[in-house]
Design a binder for this molecule. Sequence first.
Ligand code: RRO
Length: 308
Amino acid sequence: LNLSVSWLGMKMSSPLFNASGVYCRTREELEQVRRSAAGAVVTKSCTLEPRAGNPEPRYRRTALGSINSMGLPNEGYRYYLDYAQAYDDAKPLFLSVSGMTLDDTLTILTELAALKLPCLPEVNLSCPNLPGKPQLGYDFAASAEALEAISRRYARPFGVKLPPYFDPAHFAAMAAVLNAFPLLRFVTCINSVGNGLVIDLDSESAVIKPKGGLGGLGGDYVLPTALANVREFAVLLADKHVIGCGGVKSGAEAFMHILAGATAVQVGTCLHEEGVSAFDRIEAELAAIMQAKGYQRLEDFRGRLKTL
Ligand code: RRO
């Protein structure tokens, strides 16, 4: 059985890695993912300056997943560039970038390019938790403008993290934007389902403090939405890779993401709750499913979703 993935000149021994935001803010957390069974490592989305993020409580586990309004807490991009410069592992490293402005993102990417590191950026077009700042991925014209500027200034392969879309017209509109940029080599679907409200019945209260309780949903809540986004973009972006993210907590969901067309699969809420041993468990479960179905490699079923 072979669970390795080769893509964009990189080789991953497993299709699983962390979703940006989980286990990746500090060097210690990044090192835990690097030393785990994960096939790659992605950093917390970074900004020009370090940020403390939103007031706590800002993450809560629920019966069906999680809600968060972290507010982009991070150590500032130089910290992650330093980590990338010192990084010496065959396991691919991705740098998640989420400038507060397009100019900030371009500044970070320009420095990344100058360092010539073997580290692909995943540009975050979809943070749902910055008060007063809409998710860029929901504005198709602004997304096109950002991708245009990134393609011009960075001039190297890159990826984007997308918000979930909920309508075929929006899949088509965003795909048309994305397909205009050949340097855009991968999209990660999906970020959290933004601005849900979890209410605690006993206390009659929201469960997180920022934005009156609104926050991004992850976990079981989002699996079908994540799969739909992976599937639609895998079909619409024929020569790009789709990285699946959303609701993966066992080998079953990882298998479904790959069946829907994902090249690799990120783990968020489950990793937050279980720690990096989740990678061993999920990989073993995925292997067992493949074994039972008679699949030897991920390519044997990737994208081969049946429809009725
Ligand atoms: O830090 C956050 O609040 C956050 C970000 Br940047 C993101 O992209 N997605 C998310 O669920 N939380």
